[in-house]
Ligand binder design. Structure first.
Ligand SMILES: Nc1ncnc2c1ncn2[C@@H]1O[C@H](COP(=O)(O)OP(=O)(O)OP(=O)(O)O)[C@@H](O)[C@H]1O
Length: 281
């Protein structure tokens, strides 16, 4: 079976500064891939390549075997939904109207929404827990409500591939979990950049770790998240155990020192005496 998405040797530079370099990976249909990495690693840039906002200097991206840059815009828009960190420009649209814009790729010019369309919008609003706010003006919603509204818009778009740039950014912990569970339950292929590594480990089938524009590791959470990598890439010292429910990696961070200047003996001592705070030498 062809992968849902295949990226091959993606490179992108700006003013001779390399932002993405030799990025290759593939996504199996129906799976959730978490994009992780420190600030500035290139996560948003990679997503922008995937939704055709930027065109890489080299490399190929295929959606179900088809080069995305050869796909007509409407075909691409039906297959790929995008939820970004920045909400759309301020508008006077109601929440219901904003969610209905997800149907645009299926509409002819000036075609009106059908009863079926209205039902799809209402169902999506229920799925994200916003039915009671359907007639509110979108720009009056809180950051978290806006984020959930944008996910509802993506749901009505019925995409094959859902791309999310920090979808949990504005959400409280309940909605972080709920929205990612919802995204998983849609059964579509998903790529989401996520900063919270424990959340990414718990909610994604696979993780892709980017650092300085390059893929450092890709695979399941246990393969990708090692104490050494978290030290090398994020510059933090941690202890990784198993989540009691999911069996996925569960990271505990140590505070107050840099792993670069603490020697091995002290890190081991920290492990024996968890909860103690160690200060950089
Ligand atoms: N259009 C651009 N022009 C110049 N530099 C850019 C451009 N887009 C991204 N960059 C640079 O590329 C690097 C990667 O940025 P990107 O936003 O992709 O990282 P990120 O991993 O999403 O970061 P964060 O976690 O902070 O959101 C950064 O150094 C950024 O300044």
């Amino acid at each position: 079976m062809k992968p849902a998405l295949k990226a091959d040797n993606i490179c992108w530079s700006v003013a001779e500064k390399s932002i993405l370099s030799g990025v290759s990976f593939s996504l199996t249909k129906g799976k959730v891939l978490g994009l992780i990495g420190p600030n500035g690693a290139g996560k948003s840039s990679l997503l922008r390549c995937l939704y055709r906002y930027i065109r890489p200097d080299t490399g190929h991206i295929q959606l179900f075997g088809e080069d995305i840059n050869r796909m007509p815009p409407q075909v691409f828009a039906r297959q790929v939904a995008v939820v970004l960190q920045d909400t759309p420009p301020q508008s006077e649209l109601s929440l219901r109207q904003l969610v209905a814009t997800g149907l645009t790729p299926y509409k002819r010019l000036f075609e009106r929404d059908s009863a079926e369309d209205n039902n799809a919008v209402a169902a999506a609003l229920t799925q994200v827990g916003l039915s009671s706010l359907a007639d509110e003006v979108f720009r009056h919603l809180s950051g978290g409500e806006k984020q959930r509204a944008l996910i509802a818009r993506a749901i009505v778009q019925k995409p094959e591939l859902l791309l999310l740039d920090e979808p949990t950014n504005h959400l409280d912990i309940r909605y972080q979990i709920q929205i990612l569970e919802l995204v998983r339950s849609l059964g579509v292929s998903v790529i989401a950049s996520i900063h919270d590594l424990n959340l990414a480990a718990a909610m994604c089938d696979n993780l892709l770790l980017l650092h300085q524009g390059q893929v450092v590791a890709v695979g399941d959470a246990a393969e990708v998240l090692t104490e050494q990598r978290l030290s090398d890439v994020f510059g933090v010292c941690s202890r990784i155990s198993q989540h009691p429910q999911t069996g996925k990696p569960l990271i505990q961070y140590f505070y107050g020192y840099s792993p670069l200047v603490v020697d091995k003996v002290e890190i081991d001592a920290a492990r024996r005496d968890s909860g103690a705070i160690y200060v950089a030498k």
